[in-house]
Design a protein around this ligand. Structure first.
Ligand code: NAD
Ligand code: TDX
Length: 339
């Protein structure tokens, strides 16, 4: 597995994956295709942009002739598809870009990769395709698909296309489904980086509803190791779940963040709940542990503190994002404009 085509490599998980691959495998070469939407940021990879094993191609995964050209411009061994619209709240405001990139983009990549006879394709998916859990139980790879948001519906449609390409054409595709990631370079619209950034600016932390919803947090590098394991030793046609064994209610996580930052609890604002808000996600990782030899390594307290340290040290990165269109999005979503 020498040359990888990574899509969405300028986003949060994709950029961590590209860096981790280059650090972990001296022989690997990476072509990174990214449209540079609001979430794509060339700054996420400035430290490796001059590495001769790395090449960036700006473009859209929905653009078939562009993808055909990239796939034939190098001898690509595998495609790893991170490119997506990824924020649930934005999908509630406008599902259009989610249908286009997450579904049509995946179909274009699958079709172009099949025609180019790519030896392996990995679809980076999410636990949200399984819907929601009550107080008990875990998602396994056999849990029925029951997406509840436009975002998760679009990711589910993409997963079903991947499944169909394997069954219809024998196309060697693998799907991975992961719980909530956290870590460096995460766009500050998602809970952890948003609340760190707001708290550091002494702005209110908007907790949806009572804050009793539960998420299972995994460090982004544990997710990257899982994707790598599935890519190298997973079986075509299979699905592999990853999770962090770190379930927390949103309000407990918020309190932890405020305590770690030395900020007062008076910053918490309970705001209107997210429409259709999934109550709980939790992952059974038995299959990935047994078949891929993978398990999460980062303890949540350690990972959270190192993430907070990263945001403290990279306030200029955050400040450049929290301007312009970001402020408009924030006002539209939360009804208040950031000062
Ligand atoms: P992100 O929003 O930070 O990054 C997405 C990247 O895709 C950006 O760089 C963006 O510019 C690029 N992109 C968007 N549309 C594109 C298009 N049409 N063509 C080319 N590039 C395009 O997202 P993320 O959090 O890094 O998530 C990456 C993947 O992992 C997504 O597929 C997401 O569904 C999945 N995932 C995310 C999480 C999580 O907790 N963040 C958990 C499980 C799965
Ligand atoms: O302002 C907020 N207030 C709040 O209470 C935000 C942004 C979120 N929340 C809650 C909603 C969720 O219960 O925090 C929890 C986490 O929210 P997000 O960070 O938006 O993540 P989530 O909706 O759980 O989805 C994430 O995990 C699965 C990623 O964004 C997806 O891309 C991934 O597939």
């Amino acid at each position: 597995m020498k040359t990888l085509l990574v899509t969405g490599g300028c986003g949060f998980i994709g950029s961590n994956f590209v860096r981790w691959q280059l650090q972990s495998y001296p022989d690997v070469e990476i072509v990174n295709v990214d449209k540079l939407t609001y979430a794509g940021n060339l700054e996420n990879l400035t430290d490796i942009e001059d590495d001769p094993r790395y090449r960036f191609e700006k473009g859209d995964i929905c653009d078939r002739s562009f993808i055909d050209r990239v796939l034939t411009s190098a001898s690509i061994d595998a495609v790893v598809n991170f490119a997506a619209e990824s924020h649930v709240d934005r999908s509630i405001l406008d599902s259009g870009p989610f249908i286009q990139t997450n579904i049509v983009g995946t179909q274009v990549l699958l079709d172009a990769s099949r025609k180019a006879e790519i030896g392996r394709y990995l679809q980076v998916s999410t636990d949200e395709v399984y819907g929601t859990l009550g107080d008990n139980g875990y998602f396994t790879e056999d849990t029925p698909l029951a997406p509840n948001s436009p975002y998760s519906a679009s990711k589910t449609a993409a997963d079903l296309l991947v499944r169909a390409y394997f069954h219809t054409y024998g196309f060697p595709a693998i799907t991975t489904r992961c719980s909530n990631n956290y870590g460096p370079w995460q766009f500050p619209e998602k809970l952890i980086p948003l609340f760190i950034s707001n708290a550091l600016a002494d702005q209110a932390l908007p907790v949806y509803g009572k804050g009793n919803n539960v998420r299972d947090w995994i460090h982004v590098l544990d997710h990257c190791r899982g994707i790598d394991a599935a890519l190298r030793s997973g079986k075509p046609g299979e699905v592999y779940n990853f999770g962090g064994n770190s379930e927390l209610t949103n309000i407990d996580l918020t309190l932890k963040l405020l305590d770690a930052l030395g900020k007062p609890r008076t910053l918490i604002r309970h705001v209107e709940d997210r429409a259709g808000h999934d109550f709980r996600y939790a992952i059974d990782t038995t299959k990935s542990e047994h078949e891929l030899g993978w398990k999460p390594e980062m303890d949540f307290e350690t990972g959270l503190h190192s993430t907070i340290d990263w945001y403290l040290a990279n306030s200029a990165w955050v400040d450049r994002i929290r301007s312009g269109l970001y402020l408009d999005y924030y006002e539209n979503q939360y009804g208040t404009r950031l000062a």
